[in-house]
Design a protein around this ligand. Structure first.
Ligand code: SAH
Ligand code: SF4
Ligand code: F3S
Length: 479
């Protein structure tokens, strides 16, 4: 591009921004988010883009000129609850003719134009890689058109956008370090709704973490569908070429990134999610061990304890491989390290005996926590195309409740191991049940409730654990 052309483009952008700032000034946007932490983090990017264009935020949906709902498609139920919300928004639209409704995120990406036909209340459909175009798309709806952009990108990382933390406690923040997923687990819709995996420039990640610390945040969670396959190099953003650069000083791995963020200051805690059992390396575990401020907590979804089911799920590891990883965690990071998992009950053709293998895996590991789901068939996934969703709903539910009961026992067992020990806790807010108590978490991700004394939210305190149930630890600040 010649100097003259780029000057013209720059001037045009400034002019457009000024025009839109006028159009959008005094307009109020209300944003509601569903699904995983990535979606909540994306909503902060969306908010930042819109504030720059002149929008104000409102937390009262009735006051909004624009309602954006950032959606999840992971299970049928997630989509059903969003459709219910849309029918509530429809009742608001009847009272306010100028109100516009936009659907963002995974449901927008999955359903595309269909969403405009099925839900007449919707004016705007925008997929997760198109948020930069929101101002133009909103402008179009203000002229009376419906608008849609669901193009997925191989490069979009929103690197340069400083998220606006409109919904946060200003102590714990989310930072997306990568987008998309290339794993193709057979049950999962994410690779279709989020596109190809791409990692963000580590320098912009470190800058964002430093900015958060300056604003008073004391913990960041580094987010990605598969954080362990983070890899970045200034030489290439092509995944195949990046793989060739492995172990080369010219590419940055997830372990390197963790270290870069840990070195910002010991007073900024680091968490990360989600790890994939096939990708988490000992290097990552050694970095966790080395830095006090990298939390001793790993979410390592197993999904099933049976090898045939794991194969059908295309998880690419076996029960034995998974157990080896858990052993490495316990050996390198320590027995105290918090470990949690996700499990799916009633996946295609799962027998009762295979379900029992999941229960026995849980018995063997004794997780601190598990997120449990009954299998929900998603259109377009490998499982939907190749297998029968043949486990009756009542059996899925029965197996699910067995997983839940088992996990409750193990959570209680694990929590009891923390009794009479003292932990550094970051005070995150008031306890839900009493204004006289604070709640916070220790490095191992256990929630601890304790009397307030003279301390403030955002401070670290040493808390001795005195009591517990299966969900919470209760303690006392030590002086
Ligand atoms: N990237 C993360 C998970 C994202 S989805 C990972 O790989 O672990 C979060 C969880 O939802 C999954 O771990 C899985 O347990 C569950 N899940 C995904 N698709 C599902 C489906 N079709 N039915 C039921 N649960 C599902
Ligand atoms: Fe889905 Fe598997 Fe990717 Fe997780 S790793 S987002 S479960 S495809
Ligand atoms: Fe849901 Fe999309 Fe996250 S499907 S779990 S919001 S990536």
């Amino acid at each position: 591009m010649t100097n003259c052309q780029s000057l013209y483009k720059f001037a045009k952008n400034i002019l457009m921004l000024k025009i839109r700032n006028k159009i959008f000034s005094n307009k109020k946007v209300y944003i509601e988010s569903y699904g995983c932490q990535m979606n909540f983090s994306d909503s902060e990017i969306v908010s930042s883009i819109l504030l720059k264009e002149g929008f104000d935020h409102t937390k009262t949906v009735e006051k909004a000129d624009l309602i954006l709902i950032n959606t999840c498609s992971i299970r049928e139920k997630a989509e059903e609850s969003i459709r219910k919300r849309l029918s509530f928004f429809n009742s608001l639209k009847k009272k306010n003719n100028n109100l516009k409704i936009g659907v963002l995120g995974c449901m927008a990406e999955r359903l595309k134009e269909k969403l405009l036909h099925e839900e007449k209340v919707v004016d705007l459909v925008v997929g997760p890689d198109s948020y930069r175009n929101l101002p133009d798309l909103i402008n179009k709806t203000n002229k009376g058109y419906k608008s849609i952009d669901t193009k997925l990108s191989k490069v979009e990382t929103y690197d340069d956008i400083v998220p606006h933390h409109f919904d946060s406690n200003n102590i714990t923040g989310l930072i997306s370090i990568m987008r998309g997923c290339d794993n193709m687990c057979s049950f999962c819709v994410v690779p279709f709704t989020r596109g190809r995996e791409r990692s963000r420039n580590p320098n912009s990640i470190v800058k964002e973490a430093k900015d958060l610390f300056k604003k008073g945040f004391r913990e960041v969670t580094l987010l990605g569908q598969n954080v362990d396959s983070f890899r970045w190099s200034h030489l290439s953003n092509n995944k195949k070429e990046l793989e060739k650069l492995q172990n080369n000083s010219e590419s940055i791995s997830f372990a390197n990134l963790l270290e870069m963020v840990a070195l910002i200051t010991p007073d900024l805690r680091i968490r990360f999610s989600t790890s994939h059992p096939k990708d988490i390396t000992d290097d990552v575990l050694y970095v966790i061990k080395k830095y006090e401020n990298i939390c001793n907590y790993i979410h390592l979804p197993a999904q099933s304890g049976n090898n045939r089911i794991l194969k059908l799920m295309n998880r690419t590891y076996t029960r034995e491989w998974y157990l080896n990883k858990i052993n490495s965690i316990r050996k390198i990071v320590g027995d105290d390290c918090g470990i949690s998992s996700d499990f799916i009950s009633g996946f295609c053709s799962e027998t009762n005996k295979e379900h029992k293998d999941t229960l026995s895996l849980m018995d063997e590991i004794k997780y601190d926590y598990s997120y449990t789901f009954s299998y929900s068939e998603r259109k377009g996934t490998m499982a939907e195309r190749k297998f029968n969703d043949d486990i009756p709903i009542n059996i899925k539910q029965k197996r699910l409740s067995e997983l839940i009961i088992k996990q409750r026992e193990h959570s209680f067992y694990r929590n009891k191991l923390f009794l009479n020990k003292t932990y550094r806790v970051l005070i995150e807010g008031l306890s839900k049940k009493s204004e006289n108590n604070f709640k916070g978490r220790n490095s191992e991700n256990k929630t601890i409730v304790f009397p307030k004394r003279k301390y403030n939210i955002g401070e670290y305190v040493d808390v001795k654990v005195l009591k517990c149930n299966s969900a919470t630890l209760f303690g006392e600040i030590l002086n």
